[in-house]
Design a protein around this ligand. Structure first.
Ligand code: GTP
Ligand code: ZN
Length: 357
């Protein structure tokens, strides 16, 4: 028997007979993996979720505590979503066409976490303004924000950036860590207590996978250096989305949570990549794609070392990922809108006792 409390569960008053509490550890398409006292079960949602949900917000996601009706022979049935103590939803950043209600756009990507680790790297992307924006998001989520400055091994002296963060966010704890040599990781022990849950918030490439691997004490996530070859296959090694650390704390790492770090990406990329973008103005052609065009200032800068090649690759990777996120989001918006209109039709049918002519 597994004690669900080790997964952060707090007992509720009364559980209807035949139902079992559990925590969602994974969501793929419409199928959930749920940890219960009987171990891991796969489950699907009871139909009423699709009919009666006012918005995407009411759909269970990774981190949620739920009640399910177990089915030894196949998929169990999730029947109740228990109240959440914190959540992150995808921002409603895309303009919506007439007739789409606002609520359709909300999609919850992680719930019931205690801490939000706001990650920012100490080398290229150090940017306090962006951290402040993440801080606002973190505070709205219901989790407790902690700033983690990654890649501490890449700066000789990080006392200055550390002081800058402390001054801008006096009431938020700040830690500098290195996932490669373990520096500072022990400072995180106070948050990583048994039963507590953490999410990571931060731009792509700042070292989320590396930190997760370091905390797991083994590689559960691929690290971005290989991203160029398999831009979409980032999660091929594992589909797990809620990780139990050796310390007994959990980390939620869903694709949606990662995308959250890219939401203000257009602005964010420019803010973090001034050193790359400033070359663009010097290219001979206005519409230079910086691939093989004559007179390309970017290629010249890479050739003579003024622009580190790694830096340029990182910029391109982030642009690419950003585009992928936007494509995916518009896909989701359309899909959700369709589901919503189906649900509305069903309601209508119930009310009028037949299809409206
Ligand atoms: N020197 C140094 N490099 C690091 C550290 N942590 C991560 N990196 C490097 O930074 C790059 C990105 O690391 P990832 O862990 O994949 O970053 P990520 O935030 O998961 O990236 P996405 O999956 O794109 O969101 C890799 O080349 C890592 O090796 C660190 O502590 N020190
Ligand atoms: Zn160019």
């Amino acid at each position: 028997m597994i004690d669900l409390k080790t997964y952060g569960y707090t007992e509720i008053e009364e559980i209807p007979s035949g139902l079992l509490p559990g925590r969602i550890t994974e969501l793929r398409r419409e199928r959930f993996t749920v940890i219960t006292e009987r171990g891991e079960l796969t489950a699907i949602l009871k139909g009423t979720f699709y009919h009666s949900a006012e918005s995407r917000e009411d759909f269970p996601c990774v981190g949620d505590f739920i009640l399910l009706r177990p089915n030894a022979g196949g998929d169990s049935l999730i029947v109740t979503l228990l109240p959440r103590r914190s959540k992150f939803s995808r921002a409603n950043y895309s303009g919506h066409a007439a007739g789409y209600t606002k609520t359709i756009l909300e999609q919850v990507v992680a719930t019931n976490f205690d801490y939000v680790f706001i990650l920012s790297s100490l080398n290229w992307d150090f940017n306090v303004t962006r951290m402040m924006r993440y801080l606002t998001q973190a505070r709205q989520s219901g989790g407790q924000p902690v700033v983690i400055l990654t890649k501490a091994d890449l700066t000789e002296d990080y006392s200055l950036p550390l002081a800058e963060v402390r001054q801008s966010m006096p009431d938020v704890p700040v830690h500098a860590v290195c996932s490669h040599n373990g520096l500072g990781l022990n400072e995180l022990d106070v948050y990583l207590k048994p039963g507590s849950t953490v999410v990571f918030l931060g731009m792509s490439g700042i070292g989320k996978s590396s930190l997760l691997n370091a905390l797991m004490e083994r590689d559960v996530m691929k690290v971005s250096a290989i991203r160029e070859e398999d831009s979409r296959g980032r999660h091929t090694t594992t589909h797990r989305q809620l990780f139990m650390l050796p310390s007994g704390a959990m980390v939620i790492d869903t694709p949606g949570m990662r995308e959250l770090g890219l939401f203000d990406a257009d602005e964010g990329i420019s803010a973090g990549f001034n050193d790359v973008e400033e070359w663009f103005a010097e290219c001979r052609f206005h519409d230079c794609r910086h691939e093989s065009e004559p007179g390309c200032a970017v290629l010249a800068a890479i050739a003579d070392g003024s622009l580190p090649r790694e830096r340029w690759e990182h910029y391109k990777a982030q642009q690419h990922e950003n585009k992928f996120v936007q494509d995916r989001t518009s896909y989701l918006i359309h899909k959700n809108a369709r589901n919503q209109s189906i649900a509305m039709q069903r309601k209508q049918t119930k009310k009028t006792g037949g299809w409206k002519k």
